[in-house]
Design a protein around this ligand. Structure first.
Ligand SMILES: [Zn+2]
Length: 310
């Protein structure tokens, strides 16, 4: 089942009003854990590789091939996606490596330049069968500064999607990247207005800063793809720190690495259920799911310097 096209995962979720969890990978342990968590939830999932992740590894191919291999052996549909590419070169590299989905982020540019540059990339990608996500109304946090005030205008969003032919749109509705606290105020009314103005699926970035009940409400208001990075790094690092402090003499990275991996897997399972992405999903859209306790998710990680866009 395995490696899936983004459209195969997103289209049924959008039609049913469910969310799709898209999680950022850092190392192969992240990819393994995210897929294990999705398998436990019985839900499809998206593995995302960001430009910053590629910079961390110093190369795109090793982490991309690892993610594609993990996806191929999964028992649930898994799409592998390039997150926040700021230039066309990385999009071309993703295509060459066999990724079927990219986010091209020209949201820092003025509107007209964002449109022309995104339309060019979308044409290039569509000629190769690649799914394209773009961003309008720059979402905060990418430069390390949180600016939850950025907002996407619904009318402009509709014109942007028509002019660029993108397959999905990341919108600024109150969330901000790399937040360590989960208290962003999401503008549910605005999500609804953009949803009614735009036909393509909407993407929530910076979702780690959004509380459980607000994530579920954002899906209910019309959000489909939910990008989560920092939250997994928080639970991973907290579990590793706990394992190392419990056994300070440990030298084998598998001892603490497996603790981190297990923490990510269970958090992914919990979040996918919350988003309605798993088998129990109908109830989320209907507002019948109790937000799960956050458990260790809140603990640890605070004070860690995290990259602005994972
Ligand atoms: Zn993002």
């Amino acid at each position: 089942m395995p490696l899936a096209a983004m459209r195969e995962i997103i289209a049924p979720a959008q039609a049913a009003g469910h969310g799709v969890g898209a999680f950022n990978v850092i190392g192969i342990e992240h990819a393994e854990a995210i897929v294990a968590g999705a398998e436990a939830a019985g839900a499809p999932v998206v593995l995302q590789i960001s430009q910053n992740c590629i910079a961390y590894h110093g190369a795109f191919a090793p982490i991309a091939r690892a993610c594609l291999a993990v996806a191929t052996s999964a028992t649930v549909p898994v799409a592998v996606h390039l997150d926040h590419a700021s230039g066309p070169e990385l999009v071309e590299a993703a295509a060459e490596l066999g990724l079927g989905s990219v986010m091209y982020d020209a949201s820092r540019l003025p509107y007209a330049s964002n449109v022309s540059s995104t339309a060019h990339v979308a044409r290039w990608c569509h000629a190769r069968g690649i799914w394209v996500e773009a961003e309008l109304g720059e979402i905060g946090g990418k430069n390390g500064l949180h600016s939850p005030l950025a907002r996407t205008d619904p009318g402009e969003a509709a014109r942007f999607v028509d002019a660029t032919t993108v397959d999905a749109l990341a919108v600024a509705v109150g969330s901000s990247h790399a937040m360590l606290t989960r208290d962003a105020v999401v503008d549910l009314g605005l999500i609804g207005r953009i949803r009614r103005a735009v036909r393509v699926p909407l993407v929530l970035h910076g979702s780690s800063g959004v509380a459980d009940e607000d994530l579920a409400a954002a899906i209910g208001a019309g959000m489909t793809k939910v990008n989560i990075a920092t939250q997994l790094n928080k639970v991973f690092t907290a579990a590793v720190r706990h394992a190392l402090s419990r056994e300070p003499a440990t030298v084998d990275p598998r001892r603490y690495g497996s603790a981190g991996r297990e923490a990510i897997a269970s958090e992914v399972t919990r979040l996918l259920r919350l988003l309605g992405a798993g088998s129990t999903s109908q109830e989320v859209a209907a507002g019948r799911v109790e937000p799960a306790a956050s458990g260790g998710a809140q603990a640890g990680g605070a004070g860690e310097p995290l990259s602005p866009v994972e």
